[in-house]
Design a protein around this ligand. Structure first.
Ligand code: NDP
Ligand code: MG
Length: 339
C-alpha cells in the first residue's frame, strides 16, 4: 500500500492553480476553506443561482460563481455536490465548459466507477476522498491535524494528474494523517459497503433494535437511550484511540465477558451472509442503479424513510438528555447556519 505525507507532495502545484469547488455542503465548505488556509489564492465556490449555500460561502468571503462559469475559469474543478446530481451537472454545465486539459476531481468514486459520467478524454480525472465527514475534515485541519485520505487517478491526460491530486490532498490536510493510493473501484465499493454494513446502516439498525428491545421490556426510555445510543461514542472513542483491545482494556471484566459471549450471538454467520449479499449488490452496480432510479423519480421512498426516521421517539429522548449536557452543543461540529 502506497502512503504519502506532506513531505511527498509539492503544494506549489496546487497553489498555482485556479480551483473551483462545486457545492458548499459537508465536504465543500471544508475543502474550500482548507485550500484557502493552505495558501491557495484562487479558490471559488460554484453553486446554483438560487442556492441557499451562497450566503454561507459569501459570509466566509469566498467568491461564488455558477458551475458553468467556474468550469470556464478553473484549472481544477472538485465536484462536491451530492452524487445523485453529478451526471446532470457534468452534462449540462461542465462538459462543454471545462478548459482543455483541466482536472475534474471527485471525493467519491461512484460517478466515474459506475459510468454515470463519461468524461472527455482531454481531462485529468482524479479522486481525493477524505475518510471522514466534511465537518471533521475542517475541524481536524483547524487544530493542526487532518483526516486520512484516499487518492486515485482514473484518467491522466496531462501526465500530472497524480501530482496535482497529491498536492490537493495535502492542501486540505490529508498529508498530515496519510494519503493512501487506491483506485476508483476500490474506494467506491469499500466506501459504500462500510457505510451500509457498519458506519451508518449497520450501526443505526443495531442501536435501534437494542433500544426497542429495552423499551418493549418496559425499561425507562432514558435508560435505553444512555445504554444503547449515547454510550456508543464513548466506546468508539476507545476503539479509535487504540483498537478493539484498547476498548476491552478499559471496560470491566464483566462487560468484556459479555462481549465475547453475546456479541457473536447477535452478529452471527447469517448476518455475515447478508453482508455478502449487500456487497454483491454494490459490486454488481444494482445498488447504484436502484439509487439512481429512486432519484430520477424524485426520491419518494428516500424522503419518506428520512421523515419516518426523524420522527422516531428515540430522537426526542436524545434531545432531552443532551440538554443535560450543554457542552455537547457548545462544541458542535455542525452549525446548519454556517456549514
Ligand atoms: P452535500 O449534500 O453536503 O452537498 C450539498 C451542497 O451541494 C450544497 O451547498 C448544495 O447547494 C450544493 N449543490 C447541490 N446540487 C448542486 C448542483 N447541481 N450544483 C451546484 N451545487 C449543488 O454533499 P456532501 O459533502 O455530503 O458530498 C459531496 C461529495 O463528497 C459526494 O461525492 C460524496 O460522496 C463525497 N463524500 C462525502 C462525505 C461527507 O462527509 N459527507 C465523505 C466523503 C466523500 P444547494 O442545495 O443550496 O443548491
Ligand atoms: Mg462514504
Amino acid at each position: 500500500m502506497q502512503v504519502y505525507y506532506d513531505r511527498d507532495a509539492d503544494v506549489s502545484l496546487i497553489k498555482a492553480k485556479k480551483i473551483a469547488v462545486i457545492g458548499y455542503g459537508s465536504q465543500g465548505h471544508a475543502h474550500a476553506l482548507n485550500l484557502r488556509d493552505s495558501g491557495v489564492k484562487d479558490v471559488c465556490v460554484a453553486l446554483r443561482e438560487d442556492s441557499s449555500s451562497i450566503k454561507k460561502a459569501e459570509a466566509e468571503k469566498l467568491k461564488v460563481m455558477t458551475s458553468a462559469e467556474a468550469a470556464k475559469w478553473a484549472d481544477v474543478v472538485m465536484v462536491l455536490s451530492p452524487d445523485e446530481g453529478h451526471a446532470r451537472l457534468y452534462n449540462d454545465h461542465l462538459k462543454d465548459n471545462l478548459k482543455k486539459g483541466a482536472a475534474l476531481a471527485f471525493a467519491h468514486g461512484l460517478s466515474i466507477h459506475f459510468r454515470l459520467i463519461e468524461p472527455r478524454d482531454d481531462l485529468d480525472i482524479f479522486m481525493v476522498a477524505p475518510k471522514g465527514p466534511g465537518h471533521t475534515v475542517r475541524s481536524e485541519y483547524q487544530r493542526g491535524a487532518g483526516v486520512p485520505m484516499l487518492l486515485a487517478v482514473n484518467q491522466d491526460a496531462t501526465g500530472n494528474a497524480h501530482d496535482i491530486g497529491l498536492a490537493y490532498a495535502s492542501a486540505i490536510g490529508g498529508g498530515r494523517a496519510g494519503i493512501i493510493g487506491t483506485t476508483f473501484r476500490e474506494e467506491c465499493e469499500t466506501d459504500l459497503f462500510g457505510e451500509q454494513a457498519v458506519l451508518c446502516g449497520g450501526l443505526t439498525s443495531l442501536i435501534q433494535a437494542a433500544y426497542d428491545t429495552l423499551m418493549e421490556a418496559g425499561y425507562a426510555p432514558e435508560m435505553a437511550y444512555f445504554e444503547c445510543v449515547h454510550e456508543v461514542k464513548l466506546i468508539v472513542d476507545l476503539i479509535y484511540e487504540g483498537g478493539i483491545a484498547n476498548m476491552r482494556y478499559s471496560i470491566s471484566n464483566t462487560a468484556e465477558y459479555g462481549d465475547y459471549c453475546s456479541g457473536p450471538r447477535i452478529i452471527d454467520e447469517s448476518v455475515k451472509a447478508r453482508m455478502k449479499e449487500v456487497l454483491d449488490d454494490i459490486q454488481s452496480g444494482r445498488f447504484t442503479s436502484q439509487w439512481m432510479s429512486e432519484c430520477a423519480a424524485g426520491q419518494p421512498s428516500f424522503k419518506a424513510m428520512r421523515r419516518r426516521a426523524a420522527e422516531n421517539p428515540l430522537e426526542e429522548v436524545g434531545e432531552k438528555l443532551r440538554a443535560m449536557m450543554p457542552w455537547i452543543s457548545e462544541n458542535a461540529l455542525v452549525d446548519k447556519s454556517k456549514n
